[in-house]
Structure formats: C-alpha cells, structure tokens
Design a protein around this ligand. Structure first.
Ligand SMILES: Nc1ncnc2c1ncn2[C@@H]1O[C@H](COP(=O)(O)OP(=O)(O)OP(=O)(O)O)[C@@H](O)[C@H]1O
Ligand SMILES: [Mg+2]
Length: 339
C-alpha cells in the first residue's frame, strides 16, 4: 500500500489467480477446487526418492507453499454470516434490497473474503439444487478504473460469456444480463474494486446507477469490496446516501498483536510441509512477524509463503528467523521498517 492508501501495482505472487474469477469458467473452477495439502513422506522414504520422484514431490510442495491455505479469519466469518442472512432477506423482498460493503486498506484480505463468501453461497446453492448444473448462483466482477456504465455492463457480459457486438448499446447488454441472471437463478453479485466507481464524476455516478438498476430488477444481494470506500466518495451525495442506507459495512484492517494474530500464524504454520521445521517456531515469532508485516494479512502471507518456498529450494527444509530476515516483504512494510 502506498502512503496515501492508493493501490499499488498488482502483485505477481499468485494474485493473478484472482483475475480468472471474473469469468464463469474461472469462477466455477475456483468454487469446485479443494486444494490438497501434500503429505510429508517419512524421513527414510524421502531420502530414498529417485531424482524424478523427488522432483515431483518437491514440485507439489512448492505449489502448496506458494499458496498455503485460506484461513477463516473472524472478518471472513462475519462477512459470510452477513451475506447468507441478506441473501434470505433479499430473496423475499420486493424492493429496498440490502447489500454488504467491505472496506479497508490494500492487501487486507477484501478480495479473499468476497471470493469465499461467493464460494460458500454457490456451494450451498448446488447442494440445495443438485440437478441444476446450469444455474449461476453467483457473479463476480471487478470494476475497471474510471468505470462507465458501459464498462460495468461489459464486465457482466464477460463473466457470463455473452457475445458483445460493437453496436450493442448499454441497455441491450443490461437486458440480456438480467435475462440470464433471472433464468440462472443468480442470488449474489460480488463487485470488487468498487472504489473505481467515483461518484464525483458523471460517468462514475452513472456506473453506480447501473449497479442500482440491477439491484432493483433482480432478487439478488450485492456484496461490494473496495479500498477505503468512504474516502473514494462512494457514500457521499444523494446517490451515496442511498448506498449508505442500504449497505452494511464491514471493515478490514491490520491485525493487532493478540490472539487472532497468533491463531492466524498457527494455522499457517500447521499447513507447512517442511522436513526439518520445528513446530511452534513461527508462533514464537508472532511479534516479530507482526513488526515485519505491520499486521497486514497480505504482507504476512507473502513473507511466510516466500520463506516456505525458499526452505524447499535451498534444502534447509525449515523456516527460522534468519530465513525470514533474508526475505523482503513489500515496499510498504519494508519502508516503514526502515524509518
Ligand atoms: N484469510 C486469508 N487466508 C489466507 N490468505 C489470505 C487471507 N486473506 C488474504 N490472504 C492473502 O493476502 C493477500 C492479499 O489478500 P487480498 O488480495 O484478498 O487483499 P485485498 O484487500 O483485496 O487487497 P487489494 O486492496 O490490493 O485488492 C493475498 O495473497 C491473499 O491470498
Ligand atoms: Mg482486492
């Protein structure tokens, strides 16, 4: 995160994964994937692996350590509970549907929470309707910078794979999106990077109206996520007031040094698959890890993932304070550390 809270360049360490969520195929893959944590072989068996087998074994562990796991943080649990409640309320409401808004600084886990909410809702939908493979219970879109109504409509169409002709106007696209959503029983629309809707500009205000139009036409719940949305102006003015009146706000932010932080680290440490790591090392370093990451979950994950990958690559098979010291986190955290 930069000092003014604006967005930095997207990372390259697996963050690209989020991009594929914005198409139905990618989203479905994400919803059905159950990432497996590889088993650690007994010492003797590991030592006896031939070159090729060892390569495969290490490859699987590297892939695992590069992502680790998604931890159900308290904020995530809160978002999922709230989202499920709203979904029921909205399904039976004729007007005045409510939504939820996730707001916080960069890399505090907003996208992860939003995606997990969508995954939960979609999984439950398919459980209730096992023979409805064609349903699209959840839509996930990302708002492009300086969004216009057309750009929003195009994002929906892209997710759904609807053909877009150059001549199609916004109204045509909206109509076909609404038609598909109704037939496919869509009940949750996740809109990420909502700070790109700037109500201070004419286009931004119209883009917001486009989203509102969907909310009125369809029995769906909206879940928005964005960086410090109050500051982005999403809640000011007449349009902003309407959003403020209909959306509940959940904030993401840095963790404190308490129990939640320690539990998060313990969950990550438990998922490590390293041969010589002594369990509890990371938990003991909780305070150090907090200083390194400023309590930002994104920075913590980056540091621990990097250290775990490093431990497999250099054969040390353990994370120690020295490993962590040798790894830079991100510009924001490291800058603050030096001052
Ligand atoms: N609950 C979690 N469990 C495991 N990893 C997480 C969790 N939350 C966030 N992360 C990791 O932290 C990083 C940042 O998370 P995410 O992209 O969700 O943050 P964000 O608030 O959406 O960031 P931005 O504002 O830059 O879009 C990602 O690498 C993600 O995998
Ligand atoms: Mg995000």
């Amino acid at each position: 995160m930069t000092a003014d809270g604006s967005r930095e360049d997207p990372g390259t360490d697996g963050e690209d994964r989020f991009r594929q969520l914005t198409t139905l195929t990618g989203w479905r893959e994400f919803v059905t994937e159950r990432p497996e944590i590889p088993d650690l072989l007994p010492e003797a068996e590991w030592k006896a692996l031939g070159d090729e087998k060892r390569l495969d074994y290490d490859e699987a562990r590297l892939a695992h350590h590069a992502r680790l796991l998604t931890v159900a943080t308290p904020v995530m649990q809160q978002v999922i509970t709230e989202g499920r409640r709203l979904q029921y309320l909205n399904r039976h409401a004729d007007a005045g549907r409510c939504g939820l808004l996730l707001s916080g600084p960069a890399r505090t886990g907003k996208t992860t929470c939003l995606a997990q909410l969508g995954k939960t809702i979609e999984t439950m939908h398919h459980r209730r309707h096992p023979n409805a493979a064609g349903h699209i219970p959840v839509i996930y879109i990302t708002v492009p910078p300086a969004a216009t109504p057309r750009m929003i409509a195009v994002e929906f169409a892209r997710f759904l794979g609807l053909p877009l002709t150059r001549r199609a106007n916004v109204t045509d696209v909206l109509e076909s999106v609404c038609g598909v959503c109704t037939d496919a029983r869509t009940s949750l629309i996740c809109v990420d990077e909502i700070h790109n809707v700037n109500l201070g500009t004419r286009h931004g205000a119209e883009a917001s109206d486009t989203l509102k139009y969907f909310a009125e036409r369809l029995p769906v719940t909206f879940a928005y996520a964005g960086i410090r949305v109050e500051r982005a102006g999403l809640l000011s003015g007449t349009r902003g007031e309407q959003i403020a009146g209909r959306f509940s706000m959940t904030r993401t932010g840095p963790f404190g040094r308490g129990q939640q932080w320690t539990s998060l680290i313990a969950a990550l440490e438990e998922s490590l698959r390293l041969h010589h790591h002594s369990d509890g090392t990371l938990v003991e370093l909780a305070s150090y890890l907090h200083s390194r990451s400023r309590g930002m979950i994104g920075s913590l994950l980056r540091l621990v993932r990097s250290a775990a990958v490093q431990a497999v690559l250099d054969g040390s098979e353990a994370i120690t304070k020295a490993t962590l010291e040798s790894i830079p986190v991100d510009i924001a955290s490291d800058d603050e550390r030096e001052h």
